[in-house]
Write a new protein. Structure first.
Length: 254
């Protein structure tokens, strides 16, 4: 009977040696082609659920400061600049610090160029694919248990743009995502939902609208609001992209 534990110990020692050999031998490790930025190898990133975030570019730093100083912020820029992530991160930060009583996230339910056809299930099931990116960003800032609890209590609400009409959002941090897929009328309706003691961040990329260019109202709304006091319009650029370096290169030619 004593032989079996000895065999297990020997097998465990063999596995440890094998793992050590893989770690020590640089040829066995995966390498990032041409030095592309890999989030897993980012020394400054804490894999736990950190409360504060750090800007990775001047544009992101400007956006964070704008959110801290203004009640209404429009963040325009190409994909991968962190518009949505930073907005949701600041929303979670404000909720956890007690600065707001709830978070309201909204985005238009617009298909990205292809028809999805009939989606089975209840209304929530039909809308889930459109709102999935917001859940993903929240999951990166909150533990699954904490996120589920906050949503069950109604402290975090995710709704499509069509459900926002007629509401007044007091004591809330509001994030309107993918606003380039909203018409000018929809954006006007959303902006006028802002209530007392609330912050609203509108994000989008006017160059990637899934509507006809003349129907998208984000660029026109940003142009009209740019000169107003107490409203900040932040325009991010290719140098603010924090996804794979190829994203910035592709956007310059596509």
């Amino acid at each position: 009977m004593a032989k079996r534990p000895m065999k297990r110990a020997a097998r465990a020692e063999t596995v440890r040696e094998a793992r050590g050999a893989v770690r020590d031998d640089g040829r066995n490790r995966l390498q990032v082609v041409q030095g592309g930025w890999d989030p897993a190898n980012d020394v400054g990133r804490d894999q736990s659920y950190i409360k504060t975030i750090k800007a990775k570019s001047k544009g992101q730093e400007q956006l964070i400061k704008a959110i801290d100083m203004h009640n209404l912020v429009l963040a325009l820029g190409p994909a991968g600049t962190g518009k949505t992530y930073l907005a949701i991160a600041k929303a979670v930060e404000a909720l956890e610090a007690g600065k707001v009583g709830r978070i309201v996230l909204s985005r238009p339910a617009v298909e990205a160029g292809e028809s999805l056809g009939f989606l089975p299930g209840a209304m929530e099931d039909k809308l889930a694919p459109y709102l999935r990116p917001l859940y993903d960003a929240l999951s990166d800032r909150l533990s699954p248990k904490r996120l589920k609890s906050l949503m069950a209590e109604g402290l975090i609400e995710i709704a499509p743009v069509g459900f926002m009409r007629g509401r007044t959002l007091n004591n809330a941090f509001v994030v309107i995502d993918e606003a380039q897929n909203c018409t000018f009328g929809q954006i006007k309706m959303l902006l006028t939902r802002l209530g007392w003691h609330s912050t609203m961040v509108v994000t989008g990329d006017p160059a990637q609208t899934d509507l006809l260019p003349e129907l998208s109202g984000l660029a026109e709304a940003a142009k009209r609001l740019d000169g107003l006091a107490d409203i900040s319009v932040v325009r991010l650029a290719e140098q603010d992209i924090v996804r794979h370096p190829l994203v910035a290169k592709m956007l310059t030619v596509l």
